[in-house]
Design a protein around this ligand. Structure first.
Ligand code: SAM
Ligand code: FES
Length: 345
């Protein structure tokens, strides 16, 4: 199949048979055509708009022990912190003044933050910022808890499926974590009415091309509003310390493919992408991404939310991040907008 044919089929059909999808994932031959098509599709739907989400990493305590993650329970080198409700609200207030209309509350699965405490945090933000979207990213819960958060005022939820393959999932996570429960959570969230974000790491240990293909198929089934991907990055205090980083090229290629499979999707140029290459986020935008998620956490805790090594922006004030990103987005040919940034289905 010729280059233009393959990419044109993907663009028009919004799909490809498995064998072609797999070969596309494994070669750089189509990249230029892929990114060009992805940019065209993204401009049709979103113009040059880039949405910003203010990320507040409110706790680095976690009960889980994911083998890849720097803040896993067994990492005794982490200095643990949790923000107070006042500190969280102060981050939102600062973010609002800087033009953020979406706040992403992310944290480990911290037992201190019971259903009731998460609800209290969400209602406090909802009351103060009625015109903002509140996104939670706090892992796996029972459906009843997800419903309680929704009633308290949360309207979006980020939960990467990490890998759609159950056996691969078990190689990345110790029991009792399972791919099955992760997927159950995602469908529960969708059923409740959240705008749902899912995604996966690119180049995670033991990942095969077939696994990536299965990830794309799972996303086709879920039809999430947001799809977050980034390269797997090593952390020296995890069991995966010897495992190499994922690749920039393959992450960009996947962003391009995601844009063509899901023209409507909100796709962030992630911090991990900016960490693996100084211009990674700009390249992500040009490959089809349309969201950036600057850090709004207090500078005093930023270095402590270390999922992987050399994480960027850990010394910057929120205002610096906003202007830094504004410049970076403009240099890629797009523009940050002050907008709640809902999905355009
Ligand atoms: N606890 C919540 C959860 O599990 O969804 C939110 C926090 S969790 C740290 C957020 C995401 O970080 C995960 O979904 C995972 O994909 C990503 N992550 C963790 N460790 C990483 C690493 N070493 N490299 C790249 N991404 C990583
Ligand atoms: Fe934080 Fe660039 S986004 S300094």
């Amino acid at each position: 199949v010729s280059m233009s044919e393959l990419i044109a089929t993907l663009e028009q059909q919004r799909d490809l048979p498995n064998d072609l999808l797999c070969s596309l994932l494994e070669t750089d031959r189509y990249d230029a055509a892929l990114f060009q098509a992805a940019d065209r599709v993204r401009r049709q739907r979103y113009g040059t708009d880039v949405f910003v989400r203010g990320l507040i990493e409110f706790t680095n305590y976690c009960r889980n022990d994911c083998y890849y993650c720097g803040i896993r329970r067994s990492n005794a080198h982490v200095q643990r912190y949790r923000l107070t409700p006042e500190e969280i609200l102060a981050c939102c207030t600062e973010g609002y003044a800087l033009g953020f209309r979406t706040f992403v509350l992310q944290g480990g699965e911290d037992a201190f933050f019971t259903e009731q405490r998460v609800c209290e945090m969400v209602s406090a933000i909802r009351e103060r910022f009625p015109d903002c979207a509140i996104t939670l990213s706090v892992g796996e819960w029972e459906k009843s808890s997800y419903r309680a958060f929704f009633r308290a005022g949360a309207n979006r939820y980020l939960l990467r499926h990490e890998t759609a393959d159950a056996a691969h999932y078990r190689r990345l996570h110790p029991q009792p974590l399972s791919s099955e429960n992760r997927k159950r959570c995602l469908f529960d969230l969708k059923d409740i009415g959240y705008q749902v974000g899912s995604g996966f790491m690119v180049g995670s240990p033991y990942q095969t091309t077939e696994n990536l293909c299965a990830d794309l198929r799972f996303l086709q089934e879920l039809e999430p509003d947001m799809i977050g991907i980034g390269p797997y990055l090593t952390h020296k205090d995890t069991p995966f310390r010897e495992q190499p980083n994922g690749s920039l090229a393959q992450t960009l290629r996947l962003i391009g493919i995601l844009r063509l499979l899901f023209p409507y999707a909100l796709i962030p140029a992630t911090t991990a992408l900016g960490t693996i290459h100084p211009q990674g986020r700009e390249m992500g935008l040009r490959a089809g991404a349309n969201v950036v998620m600057p850090n709004l956490s207090p500078v005093s805790v930023r270095k402590l939310y270390t999922l992987y090594e050399d994480k960027i922006c850990t010394g910057e004030e929120s205002a610096q991040c906003r202007s830094c990103l504004e410049r970076r987005v403009a240099s890629a040919g797009y523009a940050i907008v002050t907008d709640i940034g809902d999905v355009r289905r």
